[in-house]
Design a protein around this ligand. Structure first.
Ligand SMILES: [Zn+2]
Length: 148
């Protein structure tokens, strides 16, 4: 699942659930969303796919922008729950960076092996991701501005 959808789902869980419950719910949302069919390319094709790289770059910028908006508006619960919802993918980012930008991510530990195994990634997965963004983004913006 894109970072954008992970961050939006986590932030909304933080907005709608009481805080003690929102944190594990945000973490659990990551794995539920990764299990749903979503955007991706076959691992061995990712390094050579300009489209995949562009989607990942845009996704990174958009999700970071949402996080910074939450921070700038002092919406700490939205920021923290969004970050927690994204956090399992930090291991994949660490792999990507440590391998000089290699998107063909391989499991280096049991957690990553399981994390990669539950993915259901397809090039057509954007038709799942985009409606999620369309539904969650207005709710996120509303929550962001509601709590000012
Ligand atoms: Zn993940």
């Amino acid at each position: 699942m894109t970072a954008t959808n992970h961050v939006l789902a986590g932030a909304l869980l933080g907005a709608y659930l009481p805080l003690p419950v929102a944190i594990p719910a945000a973490l659990a949302s990551h794995f539920v969303m990764d299990f749903l069919p979503h955007f991706g390319s076959p691992a061995h094709e990712r390094n050579n796919s300009r489209f995949y790289r562009e989607i990942i770059a845009a996704d990174t910028l958009i999700s970071l922008t949402f996080g910074f908006c939450a921070l700038l508006l002092n919406q700490w619960v939205l920021f923290i729950c969004g970050a927690i919802a994204y956090s399992p993918d930090v291991a994949l980012v660490r792999y990507y960076i440590s391998r000089g930008g290699n998107l063909n991510i391989q499991a280096t530990d049991r957690f990553t092996a399981w994390h990669l195994k539950i993915q259901h990634e397809y090039p057509w997965g954007l038709i799942v991701e985009l409606p999620l963004i369309v539904v969650m983004l207005p709710l996120f913006i509303t929550q962001l501005l509601n709590k000012l």
